[in-house]
Design a protein around this ligand. Structure first.
Ligand code: SAJ
Length: 422
């Protein structure tokens, strides 16, 4: 049985390891976090993703997936470690470099190394390749090296891992073809081959495309607010044009991908990436806009006298991930301003953030509140009724995701503000 060693057992590495294990490979999952390794040895996981717990448990039980804190000699090594940004918005490639260094003693003639971590274009050639060649073997001649970006959507990772098309960027065509053969064991989409730097660029372009389009939607919302227009109605009508698809404005862009990756383009081409930088700034400005909406709605009341119920803490609907979450940022800004903040998120453990009051249901935290602030459109919140207002000290609703029926809430005596209106 061929062996695959996956370095990094996060949202990408763990599903990838489990899917390879379910498709005929003997897989070792490696992570520096001892807790992740210990849990995986027992067949358990620490992240919330539909279907993942079951497939991991089955693979661990059947012995095709094992966990370890360091790599072992394998036919293929996949690096899927985080590439966050530093304060100055440049990429922190420390984990990629460390993962590559950990492979040096294990590189053998004929083996394949695949980098999956989203990285500034050029990383495979300029950072990973020289580290791996410290093994004394030549990349592209003695061993193969490829960059292959993942494209899976959190919340739908397992199905997208299998269905989506993929790009394999080899440092040589042999490297790209070897990676294509490997991934074709489970990928049902089409696999395209190219060079490593093009593949890196493709990945960052995809997420930047989404970020720039969300920024445009957010800018439309701000303009609509100034004009007293309901942005959601305007977008719905504009999208009736056959070639227009305005995305959804919201309280900001979060997650570990779209809020981060565009900076990699700014890093490699600071003078050229003007629109990309501006889009990041617009999206990063949305949390402050939402805090301004709260202040405007509560008028002359002192923040200290106001109780806010914030619905949702994660970076988007129906996931448990709070990384780079604008909702969390808004909650922190509101607390810094002096408001009494009660949070509700059925996907976040109530003890997740020390000092933050988190309830599992809105009903249990509504008594005496002055404003409901909907930040994440989790399905669970759809059930909430305007009758909640009966328990509140004042009936105010800010719906940043256009989730609630504004007419019904207004009829129940609420002042309702959509995104954009101040
Ligand atoms: N958002 C909006 N308005 C929208 C769409 C999204 O405000 O119309 C916000 C969300 O609320 C969230 C953020 O943007 O805060 C990102 O959410 P998302 O669902 O757009 O994307 P992610 O981060 O969950 O996953 C993205 C995907 N990339 C693209 O759609 C181009 C996914 O395919 C990538 O694999 C993933 O990034 C990644 O790992 O890079």
């Amino acid at each position: 049985m061929k062996t695959v060693c996956v370095i990094g057992l996060g949202y990408i590495g763990l599903p990838t390891a489990a899917v390879f294990a379910a498709n005929g490979y003997s897989v070792i999952g490696v992570d520096v976090n001892e807790q992740i390794v210990a849990k995986l040895c027992e067949g358990r996981i620490l992240i919330e993703e539909p279907g993942l717990a079951d497939i991991v448990q089955a693979a661990v039980r059947s012995g095709t997936l094992k966990a370890s804190s360091s790599p072992i000699p394998s036919d293929t090594f996949i690096i899927a470690v985080p590439t966050p940004i530093l304060e100055d918005h440049t990429a922190d490639l420390g984990a990629v470099a460390a993962a590559a260094r950990s492979l040096v003693p294990h590189i053998r003639p004929g083996c394949l190394v695949v980098l999956e971590s989203t990285s500034p274009p050029g990383t495979t050639m300029k950072l990973v390749l020289p580290i791996l060649e410290k093994s004394g073997l030549k990349a592209g001649k003695d061993f193969m090296l490829c960059y292959s970006p993942e494209r899976v959507l959190p919340g739908r990772i397992l199905s997208e891992l299998i269905k989506n098309d993929r790009v394999m960027g080899g440092i040589t065509s042999t490297s790209a073809e070897a990676a294509r053969d490997l991934y074709s064991s489970f990928v049902k989409g089409t696999i395209f081959t190219t060079d490593a730097t093009t593949a890196e660029m493709v990945k960052v372009m995809e997420n930047t495309f989404r970020d720039v389009n969300i920024a445009l939607a957010n800018e439309f919302a701000l303009i609509a607010g100034k004009l007293g227009i309901n942005i959601w109605e305007a977008i719905g009508l504009a999208n009736r044009h056959p070639r227009v698809n305005v995305l959804n404005p919201g309280p900001g862009v979060g997650g570990h991908c779209i809020a981060v990756d565009p900076w990699f383009l700014v890093e490699v081409a600071p003078f050229e990436a003007r629109l990309v930088r501006l889009a990041r700034e617009i999206n990063d400005g949305m949390p402050s806009h939402v805090v301004g909406l709260v202040a405007a709605m509560l008028g002359k009341r002192r923040p200290e006298d106001c109780i806010l119920v914030c619905l949702g803490l994660t970076f988007k609907a129906n996931v448990g991930d709070t990384r780079e979450s604008p909702a969390l940022q808004i909650v922190e800004l509101l607390r810094d301003t002096g408001y009494q903040v009660r949070c509700v998120d059925p996907h976040v453990p109530t003890s997740a953030f020390p000092g933050l009051q988190i309830a599992a249901s809105a009903e249990s935290s509504i008594t005496g509140a002055h404003l409901i602030l909907l930040l994440v459109d989790h399905d669970e919140f759809r059930m909430l009724m305007p009758s909640l207002g009966g328990e509140m000290a004042a009936r105010n609703l800010i719906d940043t995701r256009n989730m609630f029926d504004a007419v019904a809430w207004r009829t129940a005596g609420f002042r309702v503000s959509p995104l954009g209106h101040v």
